[in-house]
Structures are given as structure tokens and as C-alpha cells.
Ligand binder design. Structure first.
Ligand SMILES: Nc1ncnc2c1ncn2[C@@H]1O[C@H](COP(=O)(O)OP(=O)(O)OP(=O)(O)O)[C@@H](O)[C@H]1O
Length: 660
């Protein structure tokens, strides 16, 4: 039994329904050590036959038997394996990978063997020396002459130690000197025990081989032996093949990016800007929330929800909207918003309520000291106000005492702290039982100074003081809101729910809101704004995704030959897909790293610029923000490269190799 046997090989091409038979029943057998030339008229089917022998063509009838084993050409995996293990290709137009050095070109084939990295490197160098290119290992193919390129291709074909070398017009593009040298090499390869099958148009070239097959009209017209071929008994050793490893695919992707660095860099920069702006905006969102938290925390104590009368019948409103409604009614029908003793009684009995602190909040009041006059709201001090508000002095405890805002304090003294002890006048309008306005004035001594930063100005007296002022003016003295002390912080939410469920005369009597409710509304808005901003900046990620789609498509078109070569060397469809996907992924990862670094630089710069204005680091990038942005960028990139990579993987190898 011969090493390679072809039985009844027939093959037709179809144009529509019309059949064009190319191979019409070929029976051949080959032995190792033979150097076979196939000669014949153009279009006679020589390349078609070579593609079948080489395991590139799956659509034919007949049998290919290798070393006694029938090749199942319907199984793509078996053919990949066969090309890797048994076949080495040499093409007319060399088909070297241009972004790899000569050494790497040879190593690409060796990467599909089980040799270690050092062994691969040594063998590639050895083979290049063997074909006379010992001094050119680190050059790129573009730096070589045609003959030299073909010798690199021969070294690559030999690398995986295949049994069969298929050379499709290997001297077609060479001058006579280089042709001679290449033929000597091929002959030598046969002498070393390989089966070399070469297609040529030239009778002189064919005369160098040990056997010539003449193809005519889809048949082997003549089979002529020129001299005895070398009979090889036992091959010296055999390399074991294996598919390309993920590490090799990554490094090939990296090499290509490096070779095409300018184009790669531009795409990476596009994506990096996207990642940078998404992270920065998410970080800004965090910072703004933190800032609001800090500001509100300075103002109010979270353990004391505030309770108002509920006057809204619309059950769809949330607590903050209901309170807003009640505060609006205060301006027109104040009496309906006050909380009388029956209501207070009910409130104090609600679950988890430990104590209640009736209080007043008046929307407008004027405070004057000599000719300094400011307008602000005016309230009684209740424990829901945080003592952190007090920047100087103490809270108002006794009658005739007031705390004023730092802003006002700085206007009435040479230095704001000097306002303590000064006597000022408060003037405001309250309402009597018939809803008629009543003017109230009081002389008050400053005992404390508050600063709520941007959040609010706070002017406050004790509850008893304000009640006395109102009583003296004949105004209503029932409180218009209540601060409620809850037994435990963990019960605040539940307590608020209970208070809101109290019904008097069939209607929801109170509306209570904890700090959380107020913050939730603010957070909803800032979150929304943050995500809108991040989404807008995410548009640049989309633009870069489009760039990736376009460049991957262009890259697939440019690298069609390379895809063909890799497939001929035995790379699987999935290897090709990963090669292109990994390249995009690599760009996305580098872009993400650059984007993250830029975002942290942006954070440092913005915080430095804005700190003097608000004494707060307004950008606060969290690990989650970084992960979110990186995940989005990688998902977009993978999605963008999916279709072109799949297209690359599905290219027909024969057509890819024929691509000009
Ligand atoms: N993909 C294809 N679709 C249709 N016809 C094809 C295809 N590939 C090859 N053919 C036809 O099959 C015939 C054999 O082609 P093949 O390339 O095998 O010939 P060849 O002997 O190698 O020719 P040459 O010496 O010019 O390279 C030709 O007539 C060619 O036009």
C-alpha cells in the first residue's frame, strides 16, 4: 500500500445548474521520498487536484487514503488536523504574513506543534539557516527578494515536519537562478523522505523531479518516472501537532496591532475617550450625591422625621410632594395646616414614636440690626436640626434668644463671630384663627450662629419663645410641623409608614418624611442626570464601536490571504475568529486602561479646581464605576467585532488563497 492514494476522484464546478466537470476519475498513488511534478494545460484541474490532496477542498467524490487511513473529508476537524500534521504548503506568491518577521512566520507553523517555545525558536532558526537565510531571521518578508521569500515559505512548510509538501507553482514568480535554488531545496526535501508534489507549467522545472504526471481534460494522461525515488523506511522523528494555543493567538493579535500601530492607536484613543468620560461622569454623580448628603446631614438629624398635616387627596403623590403641597397651603390657608392637640395626641401614640417636638416653620421673616436687614425663613429649634449647624455659640434655649445665619452675622459685626450677644429685631407675619394676617415683632439676643453652607439659612428661636410671641400678637399658636423622635434608627422607615397610615375623619392625617425620603428624591434626580450624562459620553464608545466594525471589516479584507494561509497551515475556523476578536479585545483593554488613567487624572484636576469653591471633592470615582465603564466598553467592542470576525472565520480557504 502506497503512502498516499487517490481513488476515483471526481470533481465538478457548477454555474447555476450547468455542470463543469474538472476531475473525471483520478486514481493515483504516491510514496514518501518522491518528488512529483504535475504538468498540464492551463485550466486542466491541477490546482483543484492539489487542493483535494492538501485537505483544502471538501466538495468532491472519491477517496483520499493517507498511510492506510481513509480521510473523511466531510469532517472539518479531521481536515484541520490533517493539514496541520501531514501537509506543508508552498505557494507561487509566497503568502508570508507581512506583520511577522521571517522567524515568526516559520514559528506560526511550529506554534501548531507540541514543541516548547525554546524548541520552536531553535527549530525555526535551524530551518531558516537550512534554506540559507540564517542572517535574515529578524527581517520582515517585505525586506527580502522573491527567491528569499520563497525560501522562508519552504522553511515554514517544513516546520511542522509534514509528510507531504504541496508546492503550487513554487518557481512561478522566480528568476532562473532562484528557480534553480528552490528546486534543489525541494529535491533535497524529497531525498530526506518527504513526498513533494509540485504543480508547474514548465517542462524544464518538471525535469528536476523524480516523476511527472501529465494532466489532460480531467484525467492523468501520462505518468512518467524519471529516476528512482528515495525509499524511506523509518522517519527519524515526528513532531506532534496541536491546534493554535490561546496564548499564540493573543500574541499574533498583539503583533498585528503593533505592526499597524497608528491605526490601532487612533481606535484605542477613540475608545479611551469614551471610557474616560463615562467614568468621570459616574464619579461626578457620586460626588454630587456625597456632597448633597453632607450638606443635608449638616442640616438635619436622620433619626427625627418631620411630620406635617396632610392636605392632599391624591394618593399617587409621594411624601415629599405631599409636604410641598401642605407648605403651599400654609401661604393661603394657614389655619388648615396647624396641628392641634388631638392630632398631636394621635401622633404621640403611633408605633415607634418615642417623643414628639411641636415646632414652627414660617416661610418669610425679616431680621434687622440697625440698618442691616435680611429676609429668610424663621423657625423654632427642634431636635431634627443637627447641632453641626452651629458654628459658634449654642442653640436657643431660653426666651429672648435667637440663632442667626453666618451670612447675617457677618453683616452685623466686623467679624461674624462678633454677632454673638448682639440684639436684633425679628419681624414676621402670622395668622389668627380667622386666617387674618397678624404682625409679630420681637427683640432677640443672638446666642448662636449657624451655617448650612449652600443648603439653607437658619434663623431659629426656642419653641416656647415663638409660641409666646405668637400668643402675644393674638396669632394661632398650634404648631405647623412636628419633629418626631423614633425609638431606634432602624425603625425610622417603619415609623414613618405608620404615621402616614393614621386616618382622622377618614383621611390620611399626617405626612411624615424621613431624611431618606428627601434624599431619595434628590438622588433619583441626580442619578438620572448622572446616567444621562454618562450615556451621552457613551456615544463616543458607540462611535469607537463603529470604527472597530469598519476597521475589522477592512482588516478581514486586507488579510484574506493571511486567513487562507493560516487555514492551510491547519488553523481552525475558531482560531481565525479568536484572532480577530482578540485583536479588538486587546484594543478595548488598552483603551480601558488609558481611559481609567485619564479619568483619575480628570478627577484630581476637577477636585483641585473646585475644592476652593465648595470645600468638597466633587468627583468621587468608585471601583464600581470603573468596572461598569470597562464592562460596557468590552461588551460594545465584542459585539462590534462579532460579525466581521465570524465572516473571517467562514471565508473559503481556497478562495482566500486565490485572493489578489
Ligand atoms: N471556484 C471555481 N468555480 C468555478 N470554476 C472553477 C473554480 N475554480 C476553478 N474552476 C475551473 O476549474 C478548472 C480547473 O481549474 P484549476 O485551477 O484546477 O486549473 P489548473 O490546471 O490549476 O490551471 P492553471 O494551470 O491555469 O492554474 C478551470 O477551468 C477553472 O476555470
Amino acid at each position: 500500500m502506497a503512502f498516499l492514494e487517490l481513488h476515483k476522484i471526481t470533481k465538478s464546478y457548477y454555474l447555476g445548474k450547468q455542470e463543469f466537470p474538472v476531475l473525471k476519475g483520478i486514481d493515483l498513488s504516491f510514496e514518501k521520498g518522491e518528488f512529483v511534478s504535475i504538468l498540464g494545460e492551463s485550466g486542466g484541474g491541477k490546482s483543484t487536484l492539489m487542493n483535494i490532496i492538501g485537505g483544502l477542498d471538501r466538495n468532491f467524490q472519491g477517496e483520499v487514503v493517507v498511510d492506510g487511513h481513509l480521510l473523511d473529508h466531510h469532517q472539518a476537524g479531521q481536515l484541520d488536523n490533517y493539514r496541520r500534521q501531514t501537509i506543508g504548503y508552498i505557494f507561487q506568491s509566497f503568502n508570508l504574513i507581512n506583520y511577522q518577521t521571517n522567524l515568526q512566520n516559520v514559528e506560526t507553523s511550529l506554534n501548531m506543534t507540541t514543541l516548547s517555545a525554546t524548541e520552536r525558536h531553535e527549530r525555526a532558526e535551524l530551518l531558516l539557516r537550512k534554506v540559507g537565510l540564517g542572517e535574515h531571521v529578524h527581517k520582515y518578508p517585505s525586506q527580502l527578494s522573491g527567491g528569499q521569500k520563497q525560501r522562508v515559505a519552504i522553511a515554514r512548510a517544513l516546520a511542522g515536519d509534514p509528510d507531504v509538501i504541496i508546492a503550487d507553482e513554487p518557481t512561478g514568480a522566480l528568476d532562473s537562478v532562484n528557480t534553480g535554488e528552490v528546486l534543489v531545496l525541494l529535491r533535497q526535501i524529497a531525498e530526506e523522505g518527504k513526498l513533494v508534489i509540485m504543480v508547474t507549467h514548465s517542462k524544464e522545472v518538471a525535469d528536476h523531479s523524480s516523476r511527472i504526471l501529465y494532466m489532460e481534460n480531467g484525467h492523468i494522461a501520462r505518468d512518467r518516472s524519471l529516476n528512482e525515488h528515495h525509499r524511506i523506511q523509518n522517519p527519524m522523528y515526528h513532531l506532534t501537532s496541536r491546534p493554535l494555543s490561546p496564548a499564540t493567538i493573543w500574541s499574533m493579535a498583539y503583533e498585528h496591532l503593533r505592526y499597524n500601530w497608528l491605526q490601532s492607536l487612533l481606535i484605542i484613543l477613540g475608545s479611551a475617550i469614551g471610557v474616560f468620560s463615562v467614568i468621570l461622569f459616574l464619579g461626578l454623580g457620586n460626588g454630587v450625591q456625597g456632597y448633597i448628603n453632607q450638606q443635608v446631614g449638616q442640616l438635619a438629624n436622620p433619626d427625627y422625621p418631620t411630620v406635617y398635616r396632610n392636605l392632599s387627596k391624591d394618593s399617587k403623590l409621594n411624601a415629599v410632594e405631599q409636604i410641598d403641597n401642605t407648605q403651599k397651603v400654609m401661604a393661603t390657608n394657614y389655619a388648615s395646616t396647624t396641628i392641634n392637640s388631638d392630632y398631636l395626641d394621635k401622633l404621640s401614640k403611633s408605633q415607634h414614636v418615642k417623643n414628639i417636638y411641636p415646632a414652627y416653620m414660617l416661610a418669610t421673616a425679616n431680621f434687622s440690626y440697625h440698618d442691616v436687614k435680611v429676609g429668610s425663613n424663621f423657625r423654632s429649634w427642634a431636635p431634627n436640626l443637627s447641632t453641626e449647624l452651629l458654628k459658634k455659640g449654642r442653640k436657643p434655649l431660653h426666651s429672648g434668644e435667637i440663632v442667626v445665619s453666618k451670612n447675617f452675622a457677618s453683616k452685623i459685626g466686623s467679624n461674624w463671630t462678633k454677632a454673638i450677644g448682639k440684639e436684633i429685631e425679628a419681624e414676621y407675619v402670622a395668622v389668627d384663627a380667622d386666617n387674618n394676617p397678624v404682625n409679630v415683632t420681637a427683640k432677640l439676643k443672638v446666642v448662636g450662629i449657624t451655617d448650612g453652607n449652600q443648603a439653607a439659612e437658619v434663623f431659629a428661636v426656642s419653641h416656647d419663645e415663638m409660641k409666646a410671641e405668637l400668643a402675644a400678637a393674638g396669632a394661632l399658636t398650634d404648631p405647623n410641623f412636628v419633629a418626631v423622635k423614633i425609638d431606634k434608627t432602624t425603625n425610622v422607615k417603619e415609623a414613618v409608614r405608620k404615621i402616614n397610615s393614621i386616618k382622622i375623619n377618614g383621611m390620611q392625617a399626617f405626612v411624615a418624611a424621613s431624611m431618606d425620603d428627601v434624599l431619595e428624591t434628590i438622588y433619583r434626580i441626580t442619578n438620572l442626570a448622572t446616567y444621562v450624562l454618562a450615556a451621552i459620553s457613551g456615544i463616543s464608545l458607540l462611535v469607537s464601536a463603529i470604527m472597530i466594525i469598519v476597521t475589522t471589516y477592512m482588516s478581514v479584507a486586507e488579510r484574506t490571504k493571511e486567513i487562507g494561509v493560516l487555514r492551510a497551515l491547519g488553523a481552525r475556523q475558531s482560531d481565525i475568529k479568536y484572532l480577530f476578536t482578540n485583536e479588538s479585545l486587546l484594543m478595548a483593554i488598552v483603551a480601558a486602561i488609558i481611559g481609567i488613567i485619564l479619568a483619575f487624572i480628570g478627577q484630581a484636576v476637577m477636585n483641585k479646581l473646585l475644592y476652593s469653591l465648595i470645600t468638597y471633592n466633587i468627583v468621587h470615582i468608585s471601583a464600581v464605576n470603573v468596572l461598569e465603564a470597562v464592562a460596557i466598553s468590552i461588551v460594545i467592542t465584542l459585539a462590534a467585532s462579532f460579525v466581521p470576525s465570524r465572516k473571517a472565520a467562514r471565508l473559503n480557504t481556497i478562495e482566500a488563497l486565490a485572493n489578489d
